[in-house]
Design a protein around this ligand. Structure first.
Ligand code: SF4
Length: 356
């Protein structure tokens, strides 16, 4: 089956986190229903144009869990999906109750990703997150209650003020849950230009500290039988994210909603980022596409190699030159070469040696 993903962006948040550079807006709650209607209209039109059922639908944000289960059901119903398609949804922990999660699962959601970030109160505070430290056990409990077997948590490491023992304890709490998350994403805190964090130089993370955290993370997750999936993603067998694999293997995906990006066979396109502008375009019957580009074959090959290099798929050894600087950064697995644990921290250096 040829994979086709649908990425649907929900650009609403209750408040803006200092480090966030995503397309998202606060204070637009009154737009939610018109936005859902507009996204459904774009989704139906775009899918009719490509004429293919989707293998995954991913509701990302922003905060998709600001939408009601009824609105999520409306979005899922607008998509034409293959039998057994993955329907993923990002949720903020503070929105999660058993009833609400049950509503999302009834709407067709098969996989949730919860933005836990940390279990240390002072780290959450420095990240500007609102949820409490009980969020991890609450979402794990809710997922078990509603029978959600595939779910994930996001962690952020390396914030100023996070001590080694805070990160260790956070991993202890995750891994000692009665039912630990079958999938885990962990990202080094990055300073994105234009964010409030960019202006707070004293809160900028330290590269060496982040490298130390990554080493701990890799060791702890490997010891707990998580499989390496991508530089920032690990999963238990059978719980990888199908939608992300479509991205990482250069596959096709539609981009639905304000600021969403899509890709079809080397053609990349993206929508208007302003939700009001996006809704107005759809309501007037005009295209919400703001820009597009066609990737030439060389660029496409390089981008695909750079993406695959970061994953457990790896790349053929012939796609890299034989520079001694790569010693220790690679592991050979049969016909493929993968980043070693140390190489994962220096993926950009390795990518400079691609010869595709
Ligand atoms: S909740 Fe997520 S999308 Fe919203 S502002 Fe915070 S980091 Fe950004």
């Amino acid at each position: 089956m040829t994979e086709l993903g649908i990425y649907l962006h929900v650009p609403f948040c209750t408040m803006r986190c200092d480090y966030c550079a995503f397309v998202t807006y606060t204070g637009l709650d009154e737009l939610h229903q018109r936005y859902v209607d507009a996204a459904c209209a774009q989704l139906r039109a775009d899918q009719a144009r490509v004429g293919r059922a989707a293998t995954s639908l991913y509701l990302g944000g922003g905060t998709p869990s600001k939408l009601t289960p009824t609105q999520v059901a409306q979005l899922v119903e607008a998509a034409t999906l293959v039998e057994g398609a993955e329907v993923s949804m990002e949720c903020n922990p503070e929105d999660v109750t058993v009833e609400r999660l049950e509503g999302y699962v009834s709407a067709g959601v098969t996989r949730c990703s919860f933005g836990i970030q940390s279990t240390a109160p002072h780290v959450l505070k420095s990240l500007g997150r609102r949820h409490g430290t009980g969020a991890l056990s609450d979402v794990a409990h809710a997922a078990a209650q509603v029978g959600l077997t595939s779910w994930s948590i996001d962690l952020i490491y390396g914030a100023v003020g996070e001590r080694p023992e805070d990160f260790d304890r956070c991993l202890d709490e995750v891994l000692s849950l009665e039912l630990p998350p079958p999938h885990l994403s962990a990202y080094a805190l990055t300073v994105e230009p234009g964010t409030p964090l960019a202006k707070k130089v004293a809160l900028h993370p330290d590269d060496d500290v982040q490298a130390d955290r990554y080493e701990v993370l890799t060791r702890r997750l490997t010891d707990a039988d998580y499989e390496f999936e991508e530089i920032s993603n690990w999963s238990k067998p059978g719980h990888h994210c199908r939608h992300h694999r479509t991205y990482w293997s250069g596959g096709d995906y539609l981009g639905i909603g304000a600021g969403a990006h899509g890709h079809l066979d080397g053609h990349r396109f993206w929508n208007l980022a302003d939700p009001q502008g996006y809704i107005t375009a759809i309501e007037r019957g005009s295209s919400p596409i703001e820009g597009e580009e066609h990737l030439d074959p060389a660029t496409r090959r390089f981008e695909l190699a750079s993406l695959m290099l970061r994953t457990s798929m790896g790349i053929p050894p012939s796609w890299l030159d034989a520079d001694p600087v790569l010693d220790g950064l690679l592991e050979h697995h049969g016909e493929r070469v993968l980043l070693s644990p140390r190489g994962r921290m220096l993926a950009n250096v390795v990518a400079q040696h691609l010869v595709v």
